[in-house]
Design a protein around this ligand. Structure first.
Ligand code: ADP
Ligand code: ZN
Length: 534
């Protein structure tokens, strides 16, 4: 037992040094720890990597009794328990993977006061037997703290609702004098309000840490040839570094991992379709070895605690800013300079809109998904500081540009896109009014550029008055214009075939009543280069 002093007598700082081997508390950890050690409740909103675990682990060791930690992720629970045992903390868990014998042993240890921290899956707590066990523990050896991790899971409107979390509310205040903590990396004010109300934590100390991750450099580049762009990023800036590459589909994960490996990168795939043994082996190789790049679907990363991930790259646009921020937050937990890089293209918008259209769910749900995507696209297309936009999104606006994102480092030139926008919209409108037809991006751009392709001739689109009115711009330029018009809601993807229509602002733009500012997409950053596909 590494805790020689009787429980309740060591100070928080002493536990931090002796058990965890850290110099000092980081950020706002101390505020939280002090409040809870003194017996108060706490609501803790801190970004991924800020060190939420210590906020409950330290009070659990300082106060008398066992600390209860509710955690929804079984894999994460195992990792945490292993890590705590490695430093001599008596940690256990209670979840559905245990045999009755194992569970009985944990119960015995709990009642004997031989446990410092116990991790519990939320579904365990909805049943009466674990509740009465905990009542006996509270009456006996005592409960030091009741910590609810990933507390945003109580929010029914959030992106990660778990019904079992609703039942946790009954447990808040059940054991006299036991402080309750709710912790999450989700920062929107709505979530904060909702979890506070549901868990009855109005009287708690609320610590909302800064969501800024100053060591992460945010970069979003137009997508050209994502594999080549990614390879360039790795070769020129992150050779030999550990990194995570996120892709949307399993197929693209496999292809990208293989391709990178063929080009000398130590890359391995990770997605839910892999054999569980291979998946576990790949994950542990990423955690253990230096300089491994894991190419993954978003299934990867929840609870991955690797401090020296130097870059997180997205080769497809994420579905929401929350998701993007959580994924990029896995870079640079050690505080050293790291890169969050995203390649984003027209095809992404079309594809994501299609996913939303085809998704099951009611209209309200689709509207929410659509709003999430719009916020993400606006981040991609902004000409302002990316970090400012992110912080404003999370309710922490600042009036300073960060100086360390792509738009700060290379201010984006903009141009007046009104005339090209009108040409494009007129083409859409002509096809609808004169031919009762809708087409996707490819055909619209061919008409604008005046290309006599077989498809143009077949539909006699060369007879339209708009045929060739856009010959002054390249294919690539038109795709860039279109992508931005969709993000700005001037145009929109009208159905799940990817055909185009006017967006809410389309009519005003056609009448010249709404200005259109567009980014120059010509490659500015080194790893934005590439030339092939439009
Ligand atoms: P979160 O749960 O907020 O995402 P973690 O609790 O997993 O973050 O902590 C992230 C990393 O930071 C871990 O490797 C942890 O050991 C480290 N860490 C946390 N607090 C401190 C501290 N005060 N000093 C040094 N390292 C810390
Ligand atoms: Zn900036």
């Amino acid at each position: 037992d590494v805790l020689p002093s009787p429980a309740g007598t060591s100070s928080a700082l002493e536990v931090l040094h002796r058990v965890f081997g850290y110099e000092s508390f980081r950020g706002r950890q101390q505020e939280v720890v002090d409040a809870v050690v003194a017996g108060g409740d706490a609501v803790v909103l801190m970004p991924t990597g800020a060190g939420k675990s210590l906020c409950y682990q330290v009070p659990a060791l300082v106060r008398r009794g066992v600390g209860l930690v509710v955690s929804p992720l079984i894999a994460l629970m195992h990792d945490q328990v292993d890590a705590l045992r490695a430093v001599g903390v008596r940690a256990e868990f209670l979840n559905s993977t245990q045999s009755p014998d194992e569970r009985a042993e944990v119960e015995r240890a709990l009642l004997a006061g031989d446990v410092d921290l116990v991790y519990i899956a939320p579904e365990r707590l909805s049943g009466g037997s674990v509740r009465s066990l905990l009542d006996r523990v509270a009456a006996g050896p005592g409960i030091s703290v009741f910590a609810i991790d990933e507390a945003h899971c109580v929010s029914q409107w959030g992106h990660d609702f778990r019904p079992d979390y609703l039942a946790l509310a009954d447990l808040v205040g059940r054991w006299q004098g036991v402080p309750t903590m709710a912790l999450t990396a989700t920062a929107t004010e709505a979530t904060h309000r909702e979890l506070t109300a549901r868990l009855h934590l109005e009287g708690a100390t609320h610590v909302v840490a800064s969501f800024d991750r100053p060591n992460i450099q945010y970069r979003i580049v137009p997508k050209d040839d994502p594999k080549q762009q990614l390879l360039k990023l790795i070769r020129e800036e992150h050779r030999g570094d550990a990194g995570i590459v996120y892709a949307l589909s399993r197929n693209s994960v496999e292809q990208t991992a293989t391709w990178l490996a063929e080009h000398g990168v130590d890359a391995i795939p990770y997605h839910a379709g892999l054999d569980p043994r291979i998946r576990a082996a790949n994950q542990s190789r990423f955690l253990r070895d230096d300089g491994v790049v894991v190419v993954a679907t978003i299934a990867f990363g929840m609870g991955i605690d690797k401090p020296d991930v130097r870059f997180v790259a997205h080769i497809d646009v994420p579905k929401s800013v929350e998701g993007y921020y959580q994924e990029t937050g896995r870079a640079g937990r050690d505080g050293l300079p790291s890169t969050a890089w995203l390649a984003y293209g027209l095809q992404d918008v079309v594809q994501q809109r299609r996913f939303i259209d085809q998704s099951v769910g009611d209209a309200a749900h689709k509207r929410k998904q659509s709003a999430n995507l719009d916020a993400m696209l606006a981040l991609c297309e902004t000409v302002g500081c990316r970090r400012r936009m992110l912080l404003a999104y999370f309710g922490q606006p600042t009036d300073q540009d960060c100086g360390n994102c792509d738009t700060c480092l290379n201010p984006v030139e903009t141009w007046d896109g009104l005339v090209p926008a009108q040409k494009l919209l007129s083409t859409i409108v002509r096809l609808q009014r004169e031919r009762n037809q809708r087409f996707g991006a490819g055909q619209i751009v061919d008409i604008l550029r005046g290309k006599r392709t077989p498809r143009v001739e077949q539909h006699r689109h060369d007879e339209l008055s708009v045929f060739g009115i856009g010959a002054d711009l390249s294919d690539r330029a038109w795709r860039s214009v279109l992508r931005q018009l969709i993000a700005q809601e001037v145009a929109q993807v009208a159905d799940d075939y990817g055909t185009l229509g006017l967006g809410p602002l389309g009519p005003a733009v056609l009448k010249g009543e709404h200005p259109v500012r567009l980014r120059h997409d010509l490659e500015r950053s080194s790893s934005g280069a590439g030339s092939k596909r439009a």
